[in-house]
Design a protein around this ligand. Structure first.
Ligand SMILES: Cc1cc2nc3c(=O)[nH]c(=O)nc-3n(C[C@H](O)[C@H](O)[C@H](O)COP(=O)(O)O)c2cc1C
Length: 443
């Protein structure tokens, strides 16, 4: 088995005959392969026990196959246990080892019992691809059009708050990573860097701004204005918060955003020179926001306005009727209302209701190129990834986030080729069906 291949647990032999089949998380078994005389390193994933990560490491040389020890390598004692992360789950493990428990809980956690958090990932697995054979796929491209502009892949970076908790460069590193990968980064209102700072520090990239709407419309306007003047190309209004969801992991760890990490864009929009906390920011947001506010905002905005957090056909129609240029099917990564539909289950009804009148994007649980392919086949124009890019950033800063994005692009390219498609635009509903036994929605 070549380096970096996923293997079902069954195909990996225990190191000793009496060793347990599944040693649980972070335990590693070594096994001699009779033919290749390489050492196989297998690490089981407790959250996904069917899958383990496998890599080869020479008995005498701890260098990677490319002749260097990767900064992303995990280690068992003094020996590397895996060369480099080969999938998003690997990046998550590396990030989890680096992050302090409270921060990890803040990033990884969802609301209440985390039903939707889990379901988001599983939702994509309730669909199956229908590949077509004997199509010339000698040239496959991943580039796509989103809101009339080209991106290198229909995989964008979702707005995620407080990225300096993951890496000292925070949103600036993430913006540079997205730029290097040729895609869009969406900056959160709750970012630890202002739109103008991100634009100055990562000038090459394309950026959207995620907007929370405030009771004081002048504050909302000031936030939008700074982003648009800084070259941000779209405004994404998040409508599934406030109030913030009940995150039980944070309650258990007692996690609080540390002092010194304010919300500089809100501070500037309020015109104050003291640090603005997340609690104050949420208390100033408008809980009475309505569809007419979205229409007012869109009609007075020089860039497209998208609505993020739609999960029903009814709201998708309202978004189109109130001038939204795009919809992001999203449940905030399972962090707001628990027990709502997984994004993968909500997507088809939104696509059908929109009937091509607005762009439809989706986020939540996208972890593989095949998830992206399924989303596109169901009619999404693009997906966004939140935690995957964050795990990359936490694992190895800008480089880690870039590698996550490149990994997803490579996986999408492979999925396209194996589906018999030469570009994302060729994926259609004919390429997807409900998995046998899955019942929520059929096309
Ligand atoms: C730690 C964290 C912070 C987030 N902050 C925001 C935010 O400030 N604004 C927003 O609209 N969405 C926010 N989101 C939601 C993401 O934009 C996105 O919807 C979600 O992460 C997608 O799910 P995924 O993480 O499974 O890819 C946040 C998500 C996480 C994990």
């Amino acid at each position: 088995m070549p380096y970096g291949v996923h293997a079902p647990m069954d195909s990996v032999q225990p190191a000793r005959p009496d060793a347990p089949r599944d040693p649980g998380p972070r335990q590693t078994r070594l096994q001699k392969l009779p033919r290749r005389h390489d050492t196989v390193l297998a690490r089981s994933d407790a959250r996904n026990p069917q899958v383990c990560c496998v890599g080869f490491v020479s008995d005498t040389d701890i260098k990677t196959p490319r002749g260097r020890v990767s900064p992303l390598s995990g280690r068992l004692g003094s020996r590397p246990v895996i060369d480099e992360p080969i999938n998003i789950a690997d990046f998550e493990r590396v990030a989890a080892e680096k992050l302090e428990a409270g921060v990890l809980g803040y990033f990884a956690g969802g609301a209440c019992d985390e039903v939707t958090l889990r379901d988001n990932v599983e939702g994509w697995q309730r669909w199956r691809l229908r590949p077509r054979m004997l199509v010339d796929v000698s040239a496959v491209e991943t580039s796509a059009q989103v809101l009339g502009a080209e991106v290198s892949m229909p995989i964008l970076v979702a707005p995620v708050a407080y990225q300096r908790l993951a890496d000292s460069e925070g949103e600036v590193g993430m913006a540079r990573a997205a730029a290097a990968a040729g895609t869009v980064m969406c900056l959160s209102t709750l970012a630890t860097a202002r739109p103008s700072e991100v634009a100055a520090e990562a000038p090459a990239g394309r950026r959207w701004f995620q907007l929370y709407c405030f009771n004081d419309k002048a504050v909302t306007r000031a936030l939008m204005d700074e982003a648009i003047e800084s070259g941000f190309e779209a405004i994404v209004v998040t409508v599934d918060a406030p109030p913030g969801g009940r995150r039980e992991r944070d309650l258990r760890t007692g996690f609080k955003i540390p002092e010194g990490l304010g919300v500089p864009s809100v501070q500037a929009a309020l015109g104050v020179d003291r640090e603005v906390t997340i609690e104050e920011t949420f208390s100033l947001m408008d809980p009475a926001l309505s569809w007419s506010d979205i229409e007012d905002l869109a009609s007075d905005c020089s860039v497209p306005v998208l609505v993020k957090g739609v999960l029903t056909a009814e709201d998708a129609v309202l978004a189109v009727e109130h001038a939204a240029a795009g919809i992001v099917v999203s449940n905030h990564g399972g962090r707001q209302l628990d027990c709502v539909l997984a994004s993968a289950d909500a997507l088809p009804e939104v696509v059908d209701a929109v009937e091509g009148r607005a762009a439809v994007l989706v986020d939540g649980g996208v972890r593989h190129g095949t998830d992206v392919a399924i989303a596109l086949a169901l009619g999404a124009d693009a997906v966004l990834v939140g935690r995957p890019a964050l795990w990359g950033l936490a694992a190895a800063g800008e480089e880690g986030a870039r590698r996550v994005l490149e990994l997803l692009r490579d996986e999408l390219e492979l999925a396209l080729a194996l589906c018999g498609c030469t570009s994302p635009a060729e994926l259609s509903r004919a390429h997807v069906q409900r998995a046998p036994g899955a019942s929520v929605y059929s096309v």
